[in-house]
Unconditional design. Structure first.
Length: 470
């Protein structure tokens, strides 16, 4: 493990168009609610190699240009006339570029690990949403040369796609992420204002009615009440990672056979794995939807992702049939995932009163692949897969528990990460609601279900409602 030897902060002034004030967007309201429930600001952060020859001065200029081009990065929270939060985009200001030096004798691999750890630390570092600028940049310098750049974004101004667009702007990811420029692209202040208008209020009305149709009869919690004293190694909430190249090949094979995309297949496979491990079927879950298909949203630098809701029955059928059901359910969920969270909260409170008990959907699934999704969905060069292929690749599967968390509003949160050539899941579980064996069975079940379905179009789900795995 290495430690920094010095740090300097270089002032970076900036200026750009698009200043003003506007109401919060619906996406910002949703993220603020997540922040209140979890107690942290859900930053987006990561480390990126710096090409040889790039100077600190060049990176300071790139940071200033990025802030100039994108009004969202100059957005901070303010207070509106009613005393609530609102958006404030500044015309000019000054930020800093942190330059961190590490020992000259450090191994480059250790320097890369240090940069990754710095990115992780900034992922968890709190933002002052009323004072801090929405982007932070640090440079790790080794033997006098910049070798890694750490970028951190405030989640109030980006989602996964917006982050990829900004990285493409800096040349850190391929240009395929960005299509041709859309002159209709909405800016973040305009979005907040539009969402106050009657046409978009009607969009919210329709979405909230869809939610209500799923929420009327849900149980208090998706996976039942938590067990008193439950946990793992003295902690209730844990985050971990599961990776399976075998599941990746299998999901592609099922997608090719069923003529759908890998996102819908993954949703179906995860739902079946949940059913096998917990006995929960039908499964009502929150599905994070990008909303980028709407006019002017594809290239917007704004948090446009919101929760959709869907219900999928996985019992007494085949995996292929669940893929078909998941495809229909996710398409409908996507149509009704753009709404005012305040309006949804009011509807949830009314439904709680009507049914006589409070209830919430406590399973959330998020496929946040951006740069790797197109390759996963490209079946043109796929070779047939065999049982031997899956057995060989299964040796690369891993599951690790990275550490505890202080709080989780869901009982299970499953995220499909943007890793090439594998199904890589970032997961958080409430171990008062799941046993460790159930959580492991669920995750390893993703590979199991996918491989079974890839090898047999009639593979049964083997889900028995109410029969929890152990």
């Amino acid at each position: 493990m290495i430690a920094q030897t010095a740090e300097v902060r270089i002032p970076v002034p900036f200026a750009g168009p698009g200043a003003g004030t506007a109401p919060l967007t619906w996406g910002q309201k949703a993220i603020l609610e997540d922040m209140r429930e979890t107690g942290w600001t859900h930053n987006v952060s990561g480390a990126h190699p710096v090409p040889a020859g790039v100077t600190v001065e060049q990176m300071a200029a790139e940071l200033a240009d990025l802030l100039a081009r994108h009004p969202a990065l100059r957005m901070r929270l303010g207070t509106d006339d009613r005393g609530g939060p609102c958006q404030v985009v500044s015309a000019a200001g000054e930020t800093v570029l942190d330059v961190v030096d590490v020992p000259d004798d450090a191994d480059p691999a250790d320097v890369a690990t240090f940069a990754y750890q710095l990115g992780h630390a900034r992922l968890l570092a709190p933002y002052d949403l009323y004072r801090d600028w929405s982007v932070r940049m640090a440079v790790v310098r080794h033997r006098g040369a910049p070798v890694h750049r750490v970028l951190t974004f405030d989640h109030l101004v980006v989602d996964g796609t917006a982050t990829s667009l900004l990285l493409a702007d800096l040349g850190l990811v391929g240009p395929a992420v960005r299509g041709g420029h859309d002159p209709r692209t909405v800016q973040i202040l305009d979005l907040g204002r539009r969402e106050e208008t009657p046409p978009l209020r009607r969009v919210s009305d329709r979405a909230v009615r869809h939610w209500a149709s799923h929420l009327r009869s849900v149980p208090p919690l998706t996976f039942g009440p938590p067990r008193p004293g439950g946990g793992r190694r003295g902690h209730r909430y844990w985050h971990g990672r599961f990776s399976s190249p075998a599941a990746y090949l299998a999901v592609r094979a099922v997608a090719r056979r069923t003529r759908t995309d890998t996102s819908r297949v993954l949703l179906a496979v995860i739902a079946v794995a949940i059913g096998r491990a917990t006995g929960v079927s039908p499964l009502t879950a929150k599905l994070i939807v990008g909303n980028r298909f709407r006019p002017g949203f594809a290239e917007a630098i704004a948090p446009l992702s919101q929760n959709g809701v869907l219900t999928v029955d996985t019992a007494d059928t085949t995996v292929d049939e669940v893929v078909s059901r998941a495809r229909r359910a996710s398409m409908t969920a996507g149509m009704y995932a753009y709404y005012d969270p305040t309006q949804l909260a009011e509807t949830e409170a009314r439904l709680d009163a009507e049914r006589g008990y409070p209830a919430r959907v406590s399973c959330r699934i998020n496929d946040r692949r951006v740069t790797t999704r197109a390759a996963a969905d490209d079946h043109a060069r796929d070779e047939p897969v065999t049982a031997d292929t899956f057995r060989r690749r299964a040796a690369e599967t891993f599951l690790v528990w990275d550490g505890p968390l202080d709080h989780l509003p869901e009982q299970a949160f499953i995220t499909v990460e943007d890793h090439p050539g594998t199904v890589h899941l970032q997961v958080i579980f409430d171990f008062a609601s799941f046993t460790e064996a159930q959580a492991e069975r669920l995750l390893r079940g993703v590979e199991e279900v996918a491989v079974e379905a890839a090898l047999d179009a009639a593979a049964p789900t083997r889900v028995t409602p109410g029969s929890a795995g152990g």
